[in-house]
Design a protein around this ligand. Sequence first.
Ligand SMILES: Cc1cc2nc3c(=O)[nH]c(=O)nc-3n(C[C@H](O)[C@H](O)[C@H](O)COP(=O)(O)OP(=O)(O)OC[C@H]3O[C@@H](n4cnc5c(N)ncnc54)[C@H](O)[C@@H]3O)c2cc1C
Length: 358
Amino acid sequence: MRSTLIIGAGIIGASLAVRLARAGDRVTVLDAASASGGATGASFGWINASFFLNRDHFLLREDGIAAWHRLEAETGPLPIRWSGCLWWEDQGAEFDAFHTSLTELGYPAERLDRSTFSQLEPAIAAPPEQALRLPDEGAADAAQVAQILLARAVDYGVAVFTGVSVTGIEPRGTGPCRVLTAQGPLEADRVVIAAGIGAQDLLMPLGVDLPMLRRPGVMVTTRPVAPLLSHVLVAPGQELRQLADGRILAPTSAKHQEYDTSDIVEPLADLAEQTMGRLRALLPGVDLQVETTTLAMRPVPGDGLPVVGPAGPEGVYTCVMHSGVTLAAAVAELVKRELTGEGAQNRLGPYRIDRFSA
Ligand SMILES: Cc1cc2nc3c(=O)[nH]c(=O)nc-3n(C[C@H](O)[C@H](O)[C@H](O)COP(=O)(O)OP(=O)(O)OC[C@H]3O[C@@H](n4cnc5c(N)ncnc54)[C@H](O)[C@@H]3O)c2cc1C
């Protein structure tokens, strides 16, 4: 039985722990905080393939959707709502171009007229002349998904330690890898760095440069209101969705997945109030009050694409990406195959770290 130590208990580390444990590995997960302490706990949680940077990225994201269904079928339901998305962010030529780009890829995207939109989302004021329905998409409560997956991993024999910060990794040489913590070293046949924005600092002393973009994101959560919304909604300038507990979750920036600001300099209260203004315009007459406003750093490698694969010394493997909620289940399947002797997975080819030094 091979031993694997995963650094990071976010949605990536948790998904991988389940997959590797089910494949028979002896797995230990370490996290400096908790499953929801990083980006996973601050995410919008939209699972989609309608945002993509190139065709390979689209295919990986599309498989990301399918892989969540496979994981649910194999291990049980998860707090993911397969609601579909209604998109009307752009109109006119941009609407047509977006629709064409999706249908050319074979991605389900149905054009809705105003009256069908209103039947699907009656609470939205000023329904658009046309919208796209993206029926395969959904949204996860990412922190809960990670916590449930970790609990399932424990059932499969995984050891999880939170509040334990990894301070260094000693490469293997002829023996196992050693991971250093203030509570003493741990050894394993291999180490997987699933540490989100913490990955860069862990790799640097190993002589591996992982370029990362600085990409803060801010999310507003409202106090709970009566059930109003059924889909992930992408309105002009505002994405939103309603959580199972009635709260509405909304990024403070439009197109949050491609938002490229490196520093948030406005007071969060101002950003929250602007967001609430847009939400109130979409949902007039609903008593919407801010509950929390959260700023978190998104783990975005230098070109926006995932970094997955061996990194530096033998036995060290890295898994860092944005859209990790979309991608975690698919990436965990592929990484499990690579780590358990099924060979390099073609689908991961575009995401190796050496592309930055080529
Ligand atoms: C505002 C916002 C909105 C987002 N919206 C979406 C979305 O709609 N759809 C989508 O798919 N994705 C979205 N994302 C991205 C997605 O949430 C992340 O890609 C995903 O959560 C990354 O998961 P992870 O497990 O890699 O990282 P994290 O959740 O950050 O987990 C990494 C863990 O590693 C631990 N760690 C770090 N360093 C160390 C160390 N030295 N020792 C021990 N532990 C360590 C941390 O404590 C942390 O718990 C969003 C992110 C943000 C912030």
